[in-house]
Ligand binder design. Structure first.
Ligand code: F0G
Length: 383
């Protein structure tokens, strides 16, 4: 090997020439995820029956959801293994995240989505980030079963939350949160539940921090599901066998999942933390979401299940009004603008077709091109 080759490319090039390693496989795939803020939300606290409430807002991540924290690890592992193609099934956020991370690392993202049941914001991200996008005419659970077989057959690397590296990355959301709170463990951590990867990851994070001596207690976890997609809630309220919901429904399409893969781990987390599982109706999600919006914070529908759940749990006396509560907002407000417009203009309907009241509706006002008449409108609407 010539000195010139060494000088030009440094030590990694040298190791590569000796056959040790592909330089590309040594780097972490990152889009600078993490470091998301803790946001105090007094109005949301009042609505939820609490003295105070803090949101850990994962919507501030590069692709707008908590998936990025896991995807940096999952995609890095894919690269290390020399994978050329990576795949996931998704209700939208995993696919948006995977598309971005895979493309940034030079791998081909292949995504499988339930046709007609993902928000345009998320579909748009997948297309923009260059993913091969397959809209399958089946629901999330059915497609996941399909793709697990396909991945095995074709050698495509699967980056769903069954991938353990995703979970390793996702648990850091809780480490970050504790660090931001000077390692004070909250009384409650509240999260929405779909495929139950997040709650599994969070529980693992806390368990490990406790065994390493960083903390000396666990928070109580509350998982909140949408009423018609709530197999985890059903399990906790009747025990026995875990039974899937065969036709899950909710406008919060991110958590429209009836057969969550991570349920055994999630049960362990709820049991060991003395946690609870709640379910909330479409109207409750929609109103809670509007309240989070009015705080100037905003989130996507699935994330708002947290506040809706908190309201129910304080009313039932499960969460005390003076409890120290952190709720995780899993996705950005811009993920599902269609839902927002319909809610505020009174056009939102449940999947069964029942109207959802625009309790906190904020109808846009059409105004003529006339200063005087606009002044009148301002007088009427914005004192
Ligand atoms: N909130 C949002 C915004 C989500 O996208 C998801 C899951 C969840 C909550 C539920 O988290 O599945 O770990 O219990 N979205 C997955 C996806 C399923 O494909 O994007 P979970």
């Amino acid at each position: 090997m010539s000195n010139a080759a060494l000088d030009q490319s440094g030590v990694w090039r040298y190791r590569e020439l000796l056959g040790f390693v592909d330089t590309n496989q040594q780097r972490a795939v990152t889009l600078r995820e993490g470091n998301t803020p803790l946001l105090a939300a007094p109005e949301a606290a009042r609505y939820g029956g609490l003295d105070a409430l803090v949101f850990k807002h994962q919507g501030f991540n590069p692709t707008g959801s908590f998936k990025d924290n896991g995807m940096t690890c999952g995609a890095t592992q894919g690269l290390r293994l020399g994978m050329k193609r990576v795949a996931c099934v998704s209700t939208g956020n995993t696919s948006a995240s995977m598309a971005a991370y895979a493309s940034s690392a030079g791998m081909t993202p292949i995504i499988f989505l339930p046709h007609g049941n993902i928000s345009y914001g998320k579909l748009a991200q997948a297309l923009e980030y260059g993913a091969l996008t397959l809209q399958v005419e089946a629901n999330f659970d059915q497609i996941l079963a399909l793709v697990r077989v396909l991945a095995e057959k074709t050698g495509i690397y699967l980056l769903n939350s069954v991938n353990p590296f995703r979970i390793e990355g996702q648990k850091t959301i809780m480490v970050e949160m504790l660090d931001q709170r000077d390692w004070r463990v909250p009384d409650w951590v509240v999260v929405p539940g779909g495929n139950l990867g997040n709650i599994s990851a969070f529980g693992k994070g806390f368990r490990e921090l406790m065994s390493m001596g960083f903390i000396d207690k666990l928070p109580r976890f509350a998982v909140v599901q949408a009423e018609k997609s709530a197999p985890f809630y059903d399990y906790f309220h009747r025990r026995g066998e875990f039974a899937a919901v065969t036709e899950p429904e909710t406008l919060a399409t991110a958590i429209r999942i009836g057969d969550p893969v991570s349920w055994p781990k999630a049960i362990q987390v709820i049991d060991e933390s003395n946690g609870v599982v709640e379910k909330v109706a479409e109207q409750e999600i929609a109103d809670a979401k509007a309240v989070i919006g009015k705080c100037g914070i905003g989130c996507e529908p699935a994330s708002a299940a947290t506040l809706a759940g908190i309201k129910k749990l304080t009313a039932a006396g499960v969460i005390a009004a003076d409890a120290d509560v952190v709720a995780v907002l899993t996705g950005n407000v811009l993920k599902d603008p269609d839902y927002i417009y319909k809610y505020h203009t009174g056009q939102l309907k449940t999947p069964a077709g029942a109207p959802i009241r625009a309790t906190f509706g904020n109808h846009p006002v059409v105004a003529p091109n006339d200063a005087e008449r606009i002044a009148e409108i301002l007088e009427r609407h914005a004192r």
